[in-house]
Design a protein around this ligand. Structure first.
Ligand SMILES: CCCCC/C=C\C/C=C\C/C=C\C=C\C(=O)SCCNC(=O)CCNC(=O)[C@H](O)C(C)(C)COP(=O)(O)OP(=O)(O)OC[C@H]1O[C@@H](n2cnc3c(N)ncnc32)[C@H](O)[C@@H]1OP(=O)(O)O
Ligand SMILES: NC(=O)C1=CN([C@@H]2O[C@H](COP(=O)(O)OP(=O)(O)OC[C@H]3O[C@@H](n4cnc5c(N)ncnc54)[C@H](OP(=O)(O)O)[C@@H]3O)[C@@H](O)[C@H]2O)C=CC1
Length: 328
């Protein structure tokens, strides 16, 4: 009796301090973990893996698209990058070509406009012939409470992301089928394509649509030699994304703290994965959705994951409390 009373008292003291601790603490549990997971900055595939291959990358002038273009070019591909801003494309193309010695072509194109996409593919065909690799990477996004979205704000994001991807994929797909040429298609979506997310509803809806499109075509167009895969990146610092999704910079720390790997991704990391998925090494891979996020998605999903904050001392107390319920 005396022992059980003591235990209850000590458990109670521990429990109160635990509650206080949960209320007050803003402990980081992941940033120190990044030391375990240094990014490998080199190129993964063997030199020449894309020799004699043509890669078409939308949004290839900036951010992740630029990193994917640089990696494919380094691996021997002739790349063609397309987006709205010709000057940005030209500068990227010159910089990458001069580093890799492989030509990077540019084509101005607004993927929201199906006629512009058709003209872009005409130009692509005359520059390099039809591509072996297509990466649908172009996107638009901004954080905004949904009740503040105008119809045109909704349309602007969904047109770039879903319709743009569909126009590019269908235009190239039809021409590839016509000329009996196989190809690898890759789409860059996001982890919240699966869960949905407040404050980015147009992007979440459009990215979910892209995933449905790619899974559908993976089933339908294998017979034409086409593979379709998807990467869902977690946060990777780019000017385009961070300026529109964390304009004040105040969310970054909280975001890193919830990533089990303890850091943001690096553009070269997604570029290596994209190169692998687009290469012959992945020729048995189609209809796959690869979540690439340092564990952020599962970390946000599990309702008990906050218990990472409980110290070994606090676990002793909690375990004693749980054990003391035996028979009750
Ligand atoms: C908890 C916090 C987490 C922090 C997160 C930090 C990091 C990121 C982590 C994860 C990222 C996950 C997913 C990322 C997905 C991405 O896609 S990132 C890529 C982002 N890159 C881009 O968006 C580049 C291209 N974007 C643009 O060109 C423009 O931003 C735009 C999409 C708006 C298109 O430009 P344009 O065609 O010129 O459109 P308009 O300026 O004419 O605007 C069209 C309508 O949209 C309304 N609008 C524009 N901005 C806003 C805004 N901020 N809020 C509300 N509404 C906006 C605009 O008013 C127009 O509507 P009306 O005609 O006025 O009705
Ligand atoms: N960075 C991140 O943390 C994450 C990024 N992603 C995804 O990764 C991809 C790349 O994003 P990121 O590099 O970060 O951002 P960027 O803003 O750098 O890239 C977006 C690209 O899309 C192009 N683009 C936008 N609208 C159009 C259009 N109408 N027609 C043609 N091209 C267009 C832009 O070029 P231009 O302005 O010249 O048209 C730009 O090059 C996107 O699909 C994004 O959704 C997903 C999750 C996380």
């Amino acid at each position: 009796m005396a022992t059980s009373g003591l235990l209850r008292r000590s458990v109670f003291r521990g429990f109160s301090s635990l509650k206080t601790w949960f209320r007050c603490s803003a402990v980081q549990f992941s940033s120190a973990q990044s030391g375990f997971f240094p990014p490998a900055e080199g190129i993964m595939l063997p030199v020449g893996a894309f020799h004699n291959r043509v890669a078409f990358i939308t949004g290839g002038g900036t951010g992740l698209g630029r990193a994917m273009t640089a990696t494919l070019s380094q691996l021997g591909a002739q790349c063609v990058i397309a987006s709205r801003k010709l000057d940005v494309l030209q500068q990227t193309a010159e910089e990458i070509s001069s580093q890799t010695g492989n030509k990077v072509h540019v084509v101005q194109c607004d993927v929201r406009d199906p006629q512009a996409v058709s003209r872009c593919v005409d130009q692509l065909e005359s520059l390099t012939g039809l591509p072996d690799v297509i990466i649908n990477n172009a996107a638009g996004n901004f954080v905004c409470p949904s009740e503040r979205l105008s119809p045109n704000a909704w349309k602007s994001i969904t047109d770039i992301v879903l319709n743009g991807t569909a126009f590019v994929t269908l235009e190239l797909g039809k021409r590839l089928i016509q000329s009996q040429k196989g190809a690898s298609f890759l789409a860059i979506t996001t982890i919240y394509a699966e869960s949905g997310s407040g404050f980015v509803a147009p992007s979440a809806s459009a990215k979910a649509g892209v995933e449905a499109l790619y899974k559908s075509l993976a089933a339908e167009w294998g017979r034409y030699g086409h593979r379709f895969n998807i990467i869902q990146p977690g946060p990777i610092r780019t000017k385009g994304a961070f300026s529109r999704l964390d304009p004040t910079g105040s969310f970054e720390k909280a975001m890193i703290d919830r990533i089990p790997v303890g850091r943001l991704g690096k553009p070269v990391e997604i570029a290596n994965l994209a190169a692998y998925l687009s290469s012959d090494f992945a020729s048995w891979m189609s209809g796959a959705i690869i979540r690439f996020d340092g564990g952020e998605y599962v970390s946000m999903a599990g309702e008990f994951n906050d218990l990472r904050r409980v110290t070994p001392e606090q676990w002793k107390v909690m375990e004693a409390m749980i054990r003391s319920t035996k028979g009750s």
